[in-house]
Design a protein around this ligand. Sequence first.
Ligand code: GDP
Ligand code: MG
Length: 166
Amino acid sequence: KSGFVAIIGRPNVGKSTFMNRVLGQKVAIMSDKAQTTRNKVQGVLTTDDAQIIFIDTPGIHKPKHVLGDYMMKVAKNTLREVDAILFMVNVEESIGRGDEFIIEMLKNSKTPVFLVLNKIDLIHPDELISEIEKYKDLLPFAEIVPISALQGNNVETLVNVISGYL
Ligand code: GDP
Ligand code: MG
């Protein structure tokens, strides 16, 4: 099994930290230098049963007028061409304009979208249920997976969930 997975989310939600966690140091260093959506960061994860190519999409959260029509097209094509989309949010923060822009872009997506609630280490476990409630009706998510990219909680589960869709 193999497939392409795009990671999308507003700045500081933990996309690079997640890439780092699953792929190792090198990729995150690249991702900090690459500041345009054109320089997509790709890293390949090989597990026992799958090969997953991750694509970090650092610029896609930006509103249309900032991104420009060309970049908008590039972004949408990227999301169309991948096998799964990880929409990452910071579980500790409320839904912002950057998130709403992404949600709008992902509406009617034929590619399965996984909601990744990151930074669960910063909230009480009881809060997680109400956070999931806030998000679950925004899009028809294929899966909702809470993780801590920093501490590694549930990251392996997320990889297994992704593999299940490839
Ligand atoms: P990006 O802009 O989406 O690529 O976000 P980064 O990966 O650069 O992370 C932004 C900040 O959030 C950094 O200071 C990370 O250490 C921190 N961070 C990322 N994931 C987690 C997490 O699971 N828990 C906590 N507490 N901090 C995190
Ligand atoms: Mg980053």
